[in-house]
Design a protein around this ligand. Sequence first.
Ligand code: KG4
Ligand code: ZN
Length: 334
Amino acid sequence: MNILGIDTSCDETAAAVVADGRQVRSNIISSQIDLHAEYGGIVPELASRKHVESINYIIDQAIREADATFAELEAIAVTNRPGLIGALLVGVAAAKSLAYCYDLPLLGINHIEGHIYANFMAHEDLPFPHICLTVSGGHTLLVEVREGWKYEILGTTQDDAAGEAYDKVAQYLGLGFPGGKIIDDLAKNGDSTAIDFPRPMLDRDDYQFSFSGLKTAVRYFVDRAKAAGTLPPIEDIAASFQAAVVEVLVQKTIRAAKAKNAKAINLTGGVAANSQLRQSMCEAGAEIGAKVYYPPIQLCTDNGAMIAGVAYHKYQNGIRDGLDLNAAPTGSIV
Ligand code: KG4
Ligand code: ZN
């Protein structure tokens, strides 16, 4: 069963054709990074306009690369929440038009559910229940995932998302946008013990996160060090900041895995591309007998394949949306 999945929730125009919830026949992702880079972050209005320009071409390319036709599709799936409202509306309008024209069922999908599902597409053996850490530019979410895609939310961020902290720290350090990969690369040549940045909320016996204070701590440290003429190498700042983020993410995830007796950890979202996070999570997971799964990069960051994947299961369970489907900037997975 072929489903076209569309995602325009943020700064990527994405469309994919997926067969039977898992077989990725095409996965087209058009990034807007260059457009937003000069502003040091995503400008929502520019994102919407760019989606409008690109969406038809991206969908067309997804169909062609899958060597498919619209007639072969059995459903259209689209991210309709959460995300930038103007951006989401572009994907939703495109999906509704196609569903109407080709008389196909339409499904509105939660973007976070897509990220959680992404690992399942790459790893057939991903067991249930497992603990899923979704870390991206907009979200930091710790969830227990049970058989049948049933979720229990354990914790989330109180302020900035992990990726947002990376992006803002990189912007402050003048490193460019998005900052995650830049900091990750710099950190490889830095001393992670050079600066003792705070580990926010690590001492709290819950699964909540907070990265705003850490971001501010980096800023104060750099301001003071610059004034005193004692600024350490940028690589050391990057490595020390990353060590703080990774330690908090890993320890809270491992704590949850132990508490829930989970034998697997599902690491997903754009920040799951982070080399240190992957390595530390794998090491810590091995110590408690939990296997760590992370998707290939093209399924880590925003994509339409994960949306089509989730839709397959919802479709099998009889879920459909009407042509009155709307977009929403917020939306929980439970
Ligand atoms: O999932 P995603 O593509 O979009 C959202 O749904 O937000 O995630 C983008 C985020 C950005 O904040 C980016 O800086 C971060 O993922 N990111 C990374 C790395 N690659 C991307 N963060 C840390 N290390 C990386 N290697
Ligand atoms: Zn995302």
